[in-house]
Structures are given as C-alpha cells and as structure tokens.
Design a protein around this ligand. Structure first.
Ligand code: AR6
Length: 177
C-alpha cells in the first residue's frame, strides 16, 4: 500500500478525545491503571470514574509499552485501550522503542476486538515529558507502518488537546506524508 493511501486513513484533530465517536479511544495511563491527571483523568471522569476504576482493577496493571482494554462505559467510544508510555529521560533508555510499542500494541488490541476506528492522544508528551516533535514522529511512523499491514483498521484519529500541538503535528505530517 502506498504512503498516500495510508495517510488517507489518518486524521489529525484538535480537541477533547473523550468526545470522539470512534470504536476505541486510547488512554495515556500509568502502570497501575489507577487513574491520574491529564488525558487519563479526563477519560476516567467522562467514562464514569467508579465503573472504569473497577474494570481497571481487574486487569492487574499494565507494563510500559503494553496495552489493555476495558469497556468505554459512558464514552461515545465502545472501548478504552489503556497504554503506558515511557517516562522520558534522555532518549537513550529505550524511550522510542517503548513509545512505538504503545502505538503498535494499542492497534493490535483494537484489531483483536474488531475495533475499526481508533483515536490516540499524544502519549507521553504531557506529565511523562517526551519532547513533542520526537514523540509525534514515533507515533506517525509506527501507525503508518501498522496500517500498511492491517487494512482491518479503517481509520486512526490523532487528537491534540492544544492548538500549538495540533499545528506542530500537522507540520510533521506534511513533512512525512
Ligand atoms: N483529550 C486529548 N488530549 C488530552 C486531553 C484530552 N481530554 N487532556 C490532556 N491531553 P498526559 P502522559 C493531552 O500528561 O504524558 C497521567 O496522570 C495533553 O495535552 O495526559 O502519557 C497518567 O495517569 C498531552 O499532550 O499523559 C500517567 O501517570 C497528552 O494528552 C501520566 O499522566 C498526554 O499528556 C501519563 O503521562
């Protein structure tokens, strides 16, 4: 599949990921799956914190770079796929490989459950401190590679909370697409 065909299945958006009507939204969680701030807090509030926490407790945590699924509860999305990004140190402690693994594992879990449309936040770029542009390159390269091999995932939406992040991501996309 050509690069242009793959990019036609990818959308960049600015806004709140909890509002998206997709099959699965990805959460940037912590390894205890205990809820937290940032997008994790927003997803827990919007899904219904008590029921989502109860579902998360049954999963026994999640390793960095892995992904686990719960129902979406009160979200428009049917599923939440919780992944744990790396805490950024200096980029030489496996951070790119672990971040790439988050995107790949989330899409594998989505495909296993028949989800065809998946929305991602900018994993690790908030509290976990991953430099935005480097993280965005890893995200785009991993997802385009996966989509080229997996036609069953029809559409991926990258959701950027702030205007600056959205514009920055568009510039990275224009360079790669
Ligand atoms: N929709 C889309 N993106 C959002 C939203 C939202 N509603 N809210 C924030 N973002 P972060 P991390 C963006 O810190 O770096 C939590 O406490 C935000 O602007 O949420 O992977 C967890 O429990 C940023 O660009 O995730 C972990 O302990 C991006 O989401 C830890 O933070 C990711 O920022 C994970 O840190």
């Amino acid at each position: 599949m050509s690069t242009a065909d793959v990019w036609s299945r990818i959308e960049l958006r600015q806004g709140d990921i909890t509002r998206l009507d997709v099959d699965a939204v990805v959460n940037a969680a912590n390894s205890r799956l205990a809820g937290g701030g940032g997008v994790d807090g927003a997803i827990h509030r919007a899904a219904g914190a008590a029921q989502l926490q109860a579902a998360c407790r049954k999963l026994g945590g999640c390793a960095t770079g892995d992904a686990k699924l719960t129902p979406g509860f009160n979200l428009p999305a049917r599923y939440i796929i919780h992944t744990v990004g790396p805490v950024y140190r200096d980029g030489r402690h496996g951070e790119p490989e672990l971040l790439s693994s988050c995107y790949r594992r989330a899409l594998e879990v989505a495909a296993e459950h028949g989800a065809r449309t998946v929305a991602f936040p900018a994993i690790s770029t908030g509290v976990y401190g991953y430099p935005f542009e480097a993280a965005t390159r890893v995200a785009f390269e991993t997802v385009t590679g996966f989509l080229a091999e997996h036609p069953e995932i029809e559409r991926v939406v990258f959701v950027f909370f702030g205007r600056d992040d959205y514009e920055h991501a568009r510039a990275v996309r224009d360079e790669l697409a």
